[in-house]
Design a protein. Structure first.
Length: 88
């Protein structure tokens, strides 16, 4: 009986050691995944901030282009109006 007790105790210790190794490996993998997700979140935030800045610059340029277009159209109509009144 002592042989079987020692055998089962050795098997139990081996299973426990294997479970500890697997648990620590899973914990290590989870920590790495959390770090990777955190890094990706930081990168995404940086990308979103850069995209927002770029969009604001584009919107600002579009506002100026729109203003220039309005002034040009007003200038064309003013020129036509003045040429009509000049001939009268």
């Amino acid at each position: 009986m002592a042989f079987f007790d020692a055998l089962f105790e050795a098997i139990g210790d081996s299973v426990k050691a294997t479970a500890d190794v697997i648990t620590s490996f899973v914990e290590w993998g989870a920590k790495k995944e959390i770090e990777r997700n955190r890094s990706l979140a930081i990168q995404q935030t940086s990308y979103n901030m850069a995209a927002s800045t770029k969009m604001n610059a584009i919107k600002g340029s579009a506002d100026w282009i729109g203003l220039i277009a309005v002034v040009m159209v007003a200038g064309i109509f003013f020129t036509i109006y003045m040429s009509i009144n000049k001939n009268e």
